[in-house]
Design a binder for this molecule. Structure first.
Ligand SMILES: Cc1cc2nc3c(=O)[nH]c(=O)nc-3n(C[C@H](O)[C@H](O)[C@H](O)COP(=O)(O)OP(=O)(O)OC[C@H]3O[C@@H](n4cnc5c(N)ncnc54)[C@H](O)[C@@H]3O)c2cc1C
Length: 305
């Protein structure tokens, strides 16, 4: 395994490992804002909590070490004191829950993808061992890339105790602009780096973030494509989150808000389940078996569901 260290002396992680134990079915609960994602937890499973708190923050190097049970809002407040933020969305969850679920924030084009911002994970394995994967300065990775593997795995491969995240500066200026009838794909092409482009088939919303002069010049470039006016923020998003290739976005019908350039669609109903890819299923099963041979970690959840 990549960068795994076998001798961890941090008493907090060792205590968490003891809590996880070695043999019974067990899951970590965060703030339960996405508790049923991936299916219901198998009845009778023991539910525990991950340790909490910001361990170390080096604003100059733009990295923060944080325990998985820390509320995202608490981490965001610590980072904001130094004019920074991270890729996690502040929606009432914990850092570990957000990484286990693995969803990007709405302004992913500005903040960066969650999976790329997880530099190191420290988790408890199915055998009850503390494992460290990745690192703040890792360049040459061989074997499994554990931070990327754990992001979105719903705690089925390891129970997260501590994470090192990349941070980035809070933009000095931001503007939400809206247009009736603008072609969102033409808008995306006209702007160097919008943070969000949303489209409901009729109206387009754009978030521009950055230095005030850059934001204003991006707004001028967009004005050549369509008429835009200042708006308060994004529209209300339908509750279900779909993932679609960009080419399919033009074929959408019904009530939806599509995030252009990202491939996420917020819709009124669940995404029709695609036909399972047998090769991907076999790979996923083998990885699961390697990490958790007895199926004791977060049983019942399926990250692919
Ligand atoms: C309406 C709404 C919209 C949201 N939209 C977004 C969005 O667009 N983008 C976004 O990033 N977030 C979004 N969130 C926030 C999201 O719910 C949380 O940030 C996070 O995904 C879940 O955190 P939680 O602590 O509530 O996890 P929980 O709901 O408690 O747990 C979710 C899953 O993660 C597992 N888990 C939790 N902690 C750990 C751990 N330490 N180790 C291993 N597994 C663990 C649980 O067992 C469970 O399977 C939204 C929330 C709401 C309510």
């Amino acid at each position: 395994m990549t960068q795994a260290t076998l001798t961890v002396t941090d008493p907090v992680m060792l205590e968490f490992a003891e809590l996880v134990g070695v043999d019974d079915p067990v899951a970590v609960a965060g703030a339960r804002t996405r508790w049923d994602v991936g299916g219901p937890l198998t009845e009778g499973s023991r539910v525990i909590e991950a340790p909490s708190g910001v361990v170390d923050y080096i604003p100059e190097e733009m990295v923060v070490t944080v325990r998985a049970g820390t509320p995202v809002a608490e981490l965001a407040a610590v980072l904001a004191e130094r004019g920074q933020r991270c890729a996690l969305s502040e929606r009432g969850g914990t850092v570990g829950g957000a990484i286990a679920v693995g969803q990007n924030d709405l302004n992913v084009m500005g903040k960066g993808r969650l999976r790329n911002s997880v530099l190191q994970v420290r988790y408890v394995s199915a055998e009850g061992r503390v494992v460290t994967g990745g690192g703040p300065t890792v360049k040459n990775v061989t074997g499994f890339d554990l931070p990327r593997l754990m992001t979105g795995a719903l705690g089925t491969l390891g129970l997260l105790g501590e994470i090192i995240l990349r941070t980035n500066p809070i933009p000095a200026h931001s503007r939400w602009l809206g247009s009736d009838g603008a072609d969102p794909f033409a808008v995306l092409d006209s702007v160097l780096q919008p943070s969000v482009v949303l489209w409901n088939g009729d109206k387009t919303w754009v978030l521009l973030e950055g230095h005030p002069a850059d934001v204003d010049s991006e707004a001028e470039a967009m004005a050549k494509v369509a008429d835009f006016t200042e708006v308060a923020g994004p529209p209300e998003l339908p509750p279900y989150r779909w993932s679609l290739p960009p080419a399919d976005l033009r074929q959408l019908t019904g009530t939806y808000v599509a995030s252009i350039g990202v491939g996420t669609v917020f819709a009124d109903g669940p995404q029709p389940t695609p036909k399972p890819d047998p090769v991907a299923q076999t790979v996923a099963q083998r990885i699961k078996h390697q990490f958790d041979p007895t199926g004791r970690l977060n049983p019942g959840r399926n990250p692919g569901a």
